[in-house]
Design a protein around this ligand. Structure first.
Ligand SMILES: [Zn+2]
Length: 317
């Protein structure tokens, strides 16, 4: 099966910052679902790019039973070059610019072109691949209730995401604004979409790439697009939907030392971390506010009041 490669213009500019980004397509030529994989929307989150490469390589060899898969493997080329999350012309977070605006900021213009490119193909599913803190485990982020166009779309999204076999975590507007994300804008149009947070940013974490690749392939198996055997070595034991939390935040400044690791279950009140002053005295002890599962730990030891240092998937009360 042949992979089609093309380049699309994303900035609409000429001469100074002409930018084109790669699009990969695998078309079975048999009627079926249209699926999009998107990666490196945040320029320092490179693991998703490699997940796209591996998914396409597997499907190129095994063939696609039906439908078509498109991928944008490296969206934020400006951020990628500068090892930065942002669109570097003005430090915009591209994943807060959707569905975009043709006469808006650079980020909004790029988002608009990406959004149009995806939606005009009549997609059945969009999976956006991201990477989290360096010390983190792979998980799926689901949009909170308010973003879906209907209950039916929410249920369909959940049932497809559950097939991926990773920990399922509902994002929350309580900690960071979720409006204007790619997956948020897509589910608002009535199309299932979710995010895979496939381990750490900056470098390629092979174990996380394998987990992300196998999760995508499991999703495609669920849609009947491939019969590649399930080779997942790890599957989340937790079948219920958990809730994302970045609490507790630090209240002091100093150096944070963790008492837990990503992937660990925690109980209510369990010590998560301690903050030490430059003299070595313990200034603060951070404790779990309820039972949950550690998703990731901050990249930097330096903390200030209000710093988020841990991501936890909390069990529903
Ligand atoms: Zn990201």
């Amino acid at each position: 099966m042949k992979i089609t490669r093309r380049l699309i213009d994303i900035t609409g500019m000429r001469d100074i910052i002409q930018r084109r980004i790669p699009v990969l397509t695998l078309d079975s030529k048999i009627p079926g679902p249209t699926v999009w994989l998107t990666a490196c929307l945040h320029g320092d989150e490179v693991g998703g790019t490699v997940i796209v490469h591996e998914v396409f390589q597997r499907l190129k060899q095994a063939g696609l039973l039906n439908g078509v898969i498109h991928a944008l493997p490296l969206i934020n080329s400006m951020g990628f070059e500068n090892i930065s999350r942002f669109v570097n012309t003005d430090r915009e977070d591209l994943n807060r610019c959707f569905p975009g605006n043709a006469s808006g900021s650079m980020g909004e213009r790029i988002a608009g072109r990406l959004f149009d490119t995806i939606t005009r193909t009549g997609p059945d599913l969009v999976i956006d691949l991201h990477n989290d803190w360096i010390h983190s485990v792979p998980y799926i982020l689901i949009e909170p209730d308010v973003h879906y166009s209907s209950k039916k779309i929410r249920q369909r999204t959940f049932s497809i995401a559950r097939a991926a076999g990773l920990l399922l975590v509902e994002d929350s507007d309580a900690y960071h604004a979720l409006s204007n994300t790619l997956t948020g804008a897509i589910v608002e149009t009535g199309v299932p979409a979710f995010t895979i947070e496939a381990g750490g940013s900056y470098g390629i974490v092979e174990q996380s790439v394998a987990a992300g690749r196998d999760a995508v392939l499991a999703t495609l198996r669920k849609l009947g697009m491939t019969d590649l055997p399930d080779q997942r070595s790890t599957r989340s034991p937790n079948r219920e939907l958990l809730t994302y939390s970045n609490r507790p935040l630090c209240a002091t400044s100093g150096l944070v030392r963790f008492a837990v690791a990503p992937g660990e279950n925690v109980k209510a009140n369990q010590v998560l971390a301690r903050v030490y002053s430059a003299f070595g005295s313990c200034e603060e002890t951070l404790r779990a506010r309820g039972p949950g599962y550690v998703l990731g730990l901050a990249d930097h030891a330096r903390v200030l009041p209000g710093c988020e240092v841990i991501a936890i998937a909390e069990l529903s009360a």
